[in-house]
Design a protein around this ligand. Structure first.
Ligand code: SAM
Length: 275
């Protein structure tokens, strides 16, 4: 017997919780939460019933909701996501806020390790007059990022390569990065959504997780205009090490910015202005 929406949700909620069950049902039926609440006796087609079970069982095995529905909201916009890219995190909005506050009018910005393009596309949408470049070493990630730029009508110059290599000889007003920063062997890598996200987006394999940050900080002086800012997202316990790296590379005006949970999340510094 075919199930009603209400019965399917009740069964799914026992396995994956009511919130995820509702999200998956909305995605499958192409409706909003209000419709779901108003139509509990709607009867699923045979195909919808089977597809819902399949979504629920993949979620029950831990597969991320964002990959199942194919999108994740970031800074008020929906971004396409899939297993080739990190699922954009709310804490990365702290990086975006810090960048928006430091990008001069009509300035240029480079996003290193762009993944889904969440940061670069958001900056291009929020500052349409800015010149936005974005780099990633993964061709599959760049395909997702390009699709997201098209989806939001954002003008972003994408390039594939390792960190600054695709922008050799170029300087920017601002460089931003949310690089892989999880230490090799960190137990989080084998828990939750992280198990299904691309390994190269999470960790560079270094013992302290900071080899990518070191490469980005040490390469920044050759790619920033005088007075330009470097902003790098880092782990909850990496603020002091990151600040020391920025200081050792000669950056001034060092800042550590906390995310909405009050956790130090973004390290920033300025290339010495002229004079
Ligand atoms: C933590 S994810 C960040 C994705 C996106 N910027 C975000 O905030 O949601 C890090 C990204 O860095 C990329 N990456 C890793 N090593 C890289 C390298 N050597 N050069 C360029 N990109 C790299 C990964 O492919 C991944 O997309």
């Amino acid at each position: 017997m075919r199930r009603t929406v209400s019965a399917a949700l009740d069964e799914a909620a026992a396995d994956i919780g009511r919130v995820d069950a509702r999200v998956l049902a909305c995605h499958l039926l192409g409706v909003g939460r209000a419709w779901l609440a108003a139509n509990p006796m709607h009867v699923l087609t045979e195909s919808q019933d089977a597809q819902f079970d399949s979504l629920v069982s993949r979620r029950a095995m831990g597969y991320p909701v964002a990959y199942l529905v194919g999108t994740r909201e970031f800074y008020g916009r929906d971004f396409a996501v899939g297993p080739a890219v990190l699922i954009p995190r709310p804490e990365t909005e702290t990086l975006v806020e810090a960048a928006l506050g430091r990008l001069p009018p009509g300035g240029s910005v480079l996003d290193l390790g762009t993944g889904s393009g969440a940061v670069a596309v958001t900056l291009a949408c929020e500052r349409p007059e800015a010149t936005v470049h974005a780099v990633d070493s993964s061709a599959d990630a760049l395909a997702v990022a390009r699709a997201n730029a098209a989806r939001h009508g954002a003008k972003v110059e994408f390039a594939r390569g390792s960190w600054y290599s695709p922008v050799a000889g170029q300087r920017f007003d601002l460089v931003v990065a949310n690089p892989p920063y999880v230490a090799a062997g960190d137990h989080h890598l084998v828990e939750g959504d992280l198990r299904f996200e691309p390994g190269a987006a999470l960790t560079d394999g270094s013992v302290d997780g900071l080899d990518s940050v070191r490469a980005i900080v040490s390469g920044a002086p050759a790619h920033l205009k005088p007075g330009g800012w470097l902003l790098v997202e880092h782990g909850y316990d990496q603020a002091a090490v990151c600040e020391a790296l920025f200081a050792a590379a000669g950056f001034t005006d060092l800042v550590t910015i906390a995310d909405l949970a009050g956790i130090p999340r973004v390290a920033g510094g300025r290339q010495k202005p002229p004079g």
